[in-house]
Design a protein around this ligand. Structure first.
Ligand code: BGC
Length: 739
């Protein structure tokens, strides 16, 4: 053959051969997911495998390493092509910015890497699509949980999924499943309250609704976090040591995770803190033992942010990062949220080369990660899917945010002050009265909550929402009560009003930024409250706060009190609707409102402990009243715990307004060899009743499920004896006599 022709043909044939080889060997489309995963693993280099285990913050590949979603293509290529990064997280911007950013970054992974494995992108959409400028901002979980409404949680989850998924964000670091036992803990508001059963049901509802297919072959992953024991540090401060007996971990802290994993949660994030002297990230007892073996979780386990390094720098539990990395991988982590450094892949490679970690162990993690990417449909749909997933309508999103807040806000006290009359002369003041930021709280466009100018334009503040319902609103910017002019200004405004609406609480904060030493309100707010009360005008307190700040000193003198938490973009309108009587409040506290600076207990405390509270768990008033009667239990002597037990009772609306009531059934196990709580929630349901309407409810239980509890090894035990069921004012006993 002519030499010149040979020169041209040779490279062409080589190219063709390589192309055919790559396309054939990647994986067969017709094969099962497991086969595809194995086929990819067989072709991956060690570096490519470790890259899949690495998650990097987007701020490492943006122009100028800034917050704006503008891709620095060279940095992105370096991360993806040289470090083989398989996952990124965090960012904030408009829908259009997210779409173009994620399209480009995915394109590098899909088109420029050898095997074309798509990236998986993580985000903290913990109360709506809160990192998207046009996103819906729902109340934070502590507020939502006061709705005791699973359908509502499902609706918020599914709208969040739709707004998130279409942009190409696939992995949501939600829900938080810690139980809020410690009112000082700065992440209290991210939880569904103090009760394990409520957290289990709401958390698993979120997971289920969030992970539903949003198109025929595309879904999203939730992340059950932060496993385990994060929410009850002894000091109350973020990421400080927790000492929780294994029995309590099994009985109280594990159920929300168990329920979410049973609902199919695909991933789990670990607790940054230490529990019983062991950083969770290197705890074989908690990660291998409890999560992998006891719960049988075989999905992806993710570290929290930079947490392998924290094993060295925060916990001093490993001499260096290499040792910490080995310990974390031995404990069971699959993905390291390394965030701002590429050290993790290098360290893991060295560990494998030294024989300290086997490649087989690396393959286990890579297998889980690739399976997750296949299961989510990422290989078919790596890019934003704006054509297939309908963009929820802005008005629909806003209305759903209003409804979420209306169903959740809790009327703690009402001395006939509410509803307010439309033409009352209302003095409105306090830090959140004309603020969107403080209604939305942290994790809204920014970790600490974006400034006022970046909050949703169409969202009202409480001032503008109230101006639509009431004719005479006198808004006063929070006066500085330490100055005479501030006092004078307030006193003169107080003289000219019929009623005061005062927002008090705490400005938004996240994680360690919210550590406090005192549950009391700050000095200025305390003085503001006293001055308002001393005016002898009725004072309505609106509590805008992430945890229950103390109001004991003036509670007695308040005319009405609403707990709103951080109620989100629908919060101001919802509060105005409740104040005007257009909406009858129906929220109930998902936590105990404390009375004292110290001595806090949950409603499920032990018999030897007293329960001191300002308002108990489950408390919440309505503009109508409900009466419970005719509690009846199908069997009062039980021999077989697998036979269903039925409990029925009547609930009547005895007031003059239509309203919603959350029915809660509690149970007390009267004698237990491991001391039993005085009562525990075993069932709840929210119903709507017209004036004079009565509903008979019948609830079926499997006694095994409610009578049993875990011992320190996680084994379930059921003991004979008396059990008391309580609903409203009614109670009835049943006896268990197993042969
Ligand atoms: C938080 C996690 C969060 C992660 C990523 C951490 O500081 O503890 O809850 O998912 O950051 O933003």
């Amino acid at each position: 053959m002519d030499k010149r022709i040979q020169i041209y043909i040779k490279p062409f044939v080589l190219f063709l051969l390589t192309f055919v080889l790559i396309s054939c060997t990647k994986y067969q489309n017709s094969s099962s997911t497991d086969q595809k995963v194995e086929s990819l693993i067989a072709q991956m280099t060690l570096e490519e495998k470790i890259g899949q285990m690495t998650q990097i913050c987007f701020s490492m590949i943006t122009e100028g390493r800034g917050k704006k979603l503008v891709l620095d293509k060279q940095a992105a290529r370096d991360a993806i092509l040289n470090h083989h990064v398989g996952s990124f997280l965090s960012g904030t911007g408009s829908e259009a910015e997210w779409i173009s950013f994620l399209t480009e970054v995915q394109r590098i992974a899909v088109e420029e890497t050898r095997l074309g494995i798509p990236l998986i992108i993580g985000i903290d959409h913990i109360h709506g699509a809160n990192y998207v400028n046009e996103g819906v901002i729902f109340p934070h979980n502590i507020t939502l949980s006061c709705s005791f409404d699973k359908d509502l949680i499902a609706e918020t989850a599914s709208l969040t999924a739709k707004q998130t998924g279409r942009l190409g964000l696939h992995w949501n670091f939600a829900p938080v499943l810690g139980i809020a036992k410690n009112p000082y803990w700065p992440r209290f508001y991210e939880t569904y309250g103090e009760d394990p059963y409520l957290c289990s049901l709401l958390g698993s509802t979120f997971v289920d609704a969030y992970q539903q297919n949003i198109t025929n072959n595309f879904s999203l992953a939730a992340c059950a976090k932060h496993f385990i024991g994060y929410s009850d540090p002894v000091s109350g401060w973020d990421r400080t040591p927790a000492y929780i007996p294994m029995q309590t971990l099994y009985e109280d802290f594990l159920p929300p995770f168990e329920a979410s994993l049973n609902a199919g949660a695909k991933t789990v994030m670990l607790n940054s803190g230490e529990v019983n002297g062991e950083p969770v990230h290197i705890s074989e007892t908690l990660v291998q033992g409890m999560l992998r073996n006891h719960l049988g979780f075989d999905g992806v386990i993710l570290t929290d942010i930079k947490d392998i390094l924290k094993v060295v720098e925060m916990h001093s539990a490993a001499a260096n990062e290499e040792e910490a990395t080995k310990l974390s991988i031995d404990a069971g982590i699959d993905v390291s949220m390394a965030c701002d450094a590429f050290r993790f892949p290098g360290i893991v490679k060295v560990l494998v080369q030294k024989g300290k970690i086997t490649e087989k162990r690396i393959d286990q993690s890579v297998r889980r990660i690739l399976k997750l990417k296949f299961d989510l449909g990422l290989f078919e749909h790596p890019y934003p899917i704006t054509d297939e997933i309908a963009r929820p309508d802005d008005a629909e999103l806003y209305q759903s945010a209003v409804k979420a807040a209306e169903e959740s806000i809790v009327l703690l006290k009402n001395d006939d002050a509410l509803p307010l009359t439309p033409n009352a002369r209302i003095l409105l003041t306090g830090f959140a009265a004309d603020s969107k930021k403080h209604m939305n709280g942290a994790w809204t466009f920014e970790w600490l909550g974006a400034e006022e100018e970046r909050q949703p334009e169409s969202m009202p503040t409480l001032k503008t929402a109230m101006q639509k319902k009431f004719t005479q609103i006198n808004y006063l910017e929070t006066p500085d009560i330490s100055s005479t002019s501030g006092v004078n200004e307030l006193e003169s405004a107080l003289k000219r009003c019929d009623v005061v609406v005062l927002t008090i609480g705490e400005k938004s904060y996240s994680e360690f930024k919210g550590n406090i030493n005192d549950l009391n309100l700050d000095e200025n707010q305390q003085r503001l409250c006293r001055t308002a009360i001393n005016s002898n005008k009725p004072v309505v307190f609106i509590l805008v706060e992430g945890r229950p700040r103390l109001i004991t000193d003036f509670e007695n003198d308040a005319s009405a009190i609403l707990f709103t938490g951080y109620p989100g973009m629908g919060g101001p309108e919802a509060i105005a609707n409740i104040l005007s009587g257009q909406i009858n409040p129906s929220g109930k506290l998902s936590f105990t409102y404390p009375r004292n600076v110290a001595h806090h207990s949950t409603y499920y405390h032990k018999p030897s402990e007293s329960y001191e509270f300002l308002y108990p768990f489950g408390h919440g008033l309505s503009y109508t009243q409900f009466e419970y009667s005719r509690l009846f239990i199908s069997d009062t002597l039980i021999h077989d715990v697998s036979q269903p037990l039925s409990i029925s009772f009547d609930v009547k609306n005895t007031g003059s307004k239509e309203g919603k009531e959350t029915i809660m059934i509690f149970m007390r196990d009267c004698v237990g060899t491991i001391t039993r709580p005085v009562k525990k929630l075993v069932y709840f349901e929210k119903i709507n009743l017209k004036p004079n309407e009565t509903e008979t409810l019948q609830v079926q239980f499997k006694p095994k499920n409610v009578f049993s509890y875990s011992n320190a090894s996680g084994d379930s035990r059921t003991e004979n004896g008396e059990f008391i069921f309580m609903v409203g004012t009614q109670e009835e006993s049943v006896w268990l006599k197993q042969k």
